[in-house]
Design a protein around this ligand. Sequence first.
Ligand code: CO
Length: 134
Amino acid sequence: MIGRLNHVAIAVPDLEAAVATYRDVLGAKVSEPQDEPDNGVTVVFVELDNTKIELLYPLGENSPIAGFLAKNKSGGMHHVCYEVEDIYEARDRMIEKGARILGSGEPKMGAHKKPVLFLHPKDFNGTLVELEQV
Ligand code: CO
């Protein structure tokens, strides 16, 4: 069911330093930072030939990234995002297979203005999984 790897998201405690690492050390193409108040993050996109890396930095009081960074002081992999053709079909399949959807179970608009869902990490080997309809 899942298609391409859309992105890997990495939570970072210092966005400027992380941008410098990807741009200057790894030689990658990086975007300008984009604030996403609805999702509580500032995001920098690292463009790779076959996928993207998203550097996530907390934005606002209730950022979902803040707690993660409190536990992972030097940052770390936050989630992986797989593409699906139909988010509702994917959700129903997940529920049928016994996987837990985080939040209300209704898709919401993700970083790319496309509907996304998050799946419980305990059902996927300790990895937070995002599904994005493309
Ligand atoms: Co994501």
